[in-house]
Structures are given as C-alpha cells and as structure tokens.
Design a protein around this ligand. Structure first.
Ligand SMILES: NC(=O)c1ccc[n+]([C@@H]2O[C@H](COP(=O)([O-])OP(=O)(O)OC[C@H]3O[C@@H](n4cnc5c(N)ncnc54)[C@H](OP(=O)(O)O)[C@@H]3O)[C@@H](O)[C@H]2O)c1
Length: 243
C-alpha cells in the first residue's frame, strides 16, 4: 500500500524540506510548481503556475489519474507554495500584483483543497491537508497587505473546511501551520525589502544575524511527525515553535 504526498512548491525552500522528509519515510512524492528540481527525490514533478488558477483542475485531474485508491494507505496534501508579493503600501501595489499574490496564496489552495476532497471522497484511507500559513495571518505588517490577507484567508479556509469535513463519514483532516522564520529564498526577499516599503525589515535582518532562522529540515521534521502521529486535531492553527 502506498503513502502519498501531494505538495505545491516541493522543489525548493520549505517545500523541498518537506518532500525530502516524507520521501525518506517511504512516501511517493508528487510536486506541483513552475520550475523543477533535478531528480532529487521524485520524477513526479508537475509544471503548473498556480497564479493561472484555471489550469489547476487539469493538473490535479492528471495527477489523480495515476493514483489508485485501493492501493493507498494514506494521502496528504500540503498547500505550501507561496509568494510574498510586492512589499509596499497598498496604494503602491498594482491591481495585477494584488491579483497574483492572492491567487497563488489563497485561491490556489482553495481550489486544490476542493479538488482533493472531491477526488478522495470515497477513499477509505487517512486523508490530511496541511496549509502552510504564517504568523503574518495574525500580525498586520505594514507593506505586507496582500501576504497577510492571503494567510489570514487561508486560516479561515482551514476552519470552515474542518467544520464541513467533521460531518463526513471518512472526512479529511485539515490544519494550518505557522512554520516560524525559515531560512529560504522568501526570507532573503524579506531582508532585501527597502526600509521605506517595509518598516519591520530590521527585525528580520536581526533574526538572520542572530542565527534565529530555522532550517527547512527542522520544520519539516516537526510537520511530518504531526502528520504521522495521528494526534492531528481537525481545524486547528498551529505554530511549529509551540510543538
Ligand atoms: N520562509 C519563511 O520564513 C516562512 C515563514 C512563514 C510562512 N512561510 C510560508 O512557507 C511556504 C514556503 O515558503 P518558502 O519560504 O519555502 O518560500 P520559497 O523558498 O520562496 O519557495 C516558494 C515555493 O513556492 C513555489 N511557488 C511560488 N510561486 C508559485 C506559482 N506561481 N506557482 C507554483 N508554485 C509557486 C516555488 O516554486 P517555483 O518558483 O518553482 O514555482 C517554491 O517551491 C510559503 O507558503 C510561505 O508563505 C515561510
């Protein structure tokens, strides 16, 4: 019986850490992103730009055409891909930039979660969704209006879907995770934001200079343990720094 991980952005950063961690533990890894990682853990890397939301259903349908519900022990979807967006005050962010960030960070996870639940409705295995959210969902940083809004929306999506799924016989469990400050390309982008656009930039530079960033591997180990432990409480919002 197979254990399957479907992850967005499994090719770099935190997503790659997660893909490696699940792969190490015998999972089949299916990753969705724009670029590919050279044969590190999986041949199953699907090209999809999540900002093109109308293309997501075809990609996911293709993925599921290669899966066998009778040969699956458990299946996890991790909505990990994310984009910081244009860091600036809202009047300086273009309409198309607003649209891009909200689509990648929020609309794509909504569509993917919808399809995941629909396609696995009659699968009698363990089914989990992890949404990689952020402390930015509850901390309003000036300059991050699109990012904070999208992560806040992701948390509400988690809460609503968990209530819907609790009514189902073999429903999906869904949680939001705040990964902390992780040493990835996104943090490099955060630190390089001009101070006039992002007042909190020094705080993130200090985190880096004081060695306070965690590695994707460390965060991935914690998330994997949570997935495997069977202790997952449906609908909760968890900060990795607290478990
Ligand atoms: N790093 C942190 O400190 C931190 C803190 C809190 C939350 N997070 C969250 O953690 C998640 C992972 O972030 P990260 O730090 O690992 O960032 P990252 O290094 O910038 O990686 C982002 C990932 O998302 C994918 N992606 C971005 N835009 C995409 C698009 N339009 N279509 C498809 N895939 C796309 C990228 O792949 P391609 O470029 O190949 O498409 C890449 O795999 C994000 O949701 C982020 O908001 C990170």
């Amino acid at each position: 019986m197979e254990k399957i991980l479907i992850i967005t952005g499994g090719n770099k950063g935190l997503g790659l850490g997660l893909a490696n961690q699940y792969h190490k533990n015998g999972y089949r890894i299916i990753s969705i992103s724009r670029s590919k990682k050279e044969k590190l853990y999986s041949e199953e890397q699907y090209h999809c730009d999540l900002s093109q939301s109308e293309t997501i259903e075809a990609t996911f349908t293709e993925i599921f055409s290669h899966l066998d519900k009778n040969n699956t022990k458990n299946i996890t979807l991790i909505n990990n891909a994310g984009d910081l967006g244009n860091v600036n005050t809202i009047e300086n962010i273009k309409p198309e930039e607003i649209n891009y960030t909200i689509t990648v960070n929020l609309i794509a996870p909504l569509i993917l979660s919808s399809l995941f639940i629909k396609f696995t409705k009659d699968w009698h295995c363990k089914k989990n969704i992890f949404n990689i959210s952020s402390g930015a969902a509850i901390n309003p940083y000036e300059g991050w209006s699109t990012y904070c809004t999208s992560k806040s929306g992701l948390d509400m999506m988690t809460k609503v879907i968990s209530k819907e799924q609790k009514e189902e016989k073999n429903g999906v469990k869904i949680v939001s995770i705040y990964p902390g400050i992780v040493d990835t390309e996104m943090q490099t982008k955060v630190r390089s934001s001009p101070k006039e656009n992002f007042k909190s930039v020094q705080k993130f530079i200090d985190f880096y200079e004081h060695g306070e960033l965690t590695s994707p591997k460390q965060v991935a180990e914690k998330i994997y343990h949570l997935d495997e432990s069977g202790e997952l409480k449906n609908g909760v919002i968890l900060d990795v720094r607290n478990f």
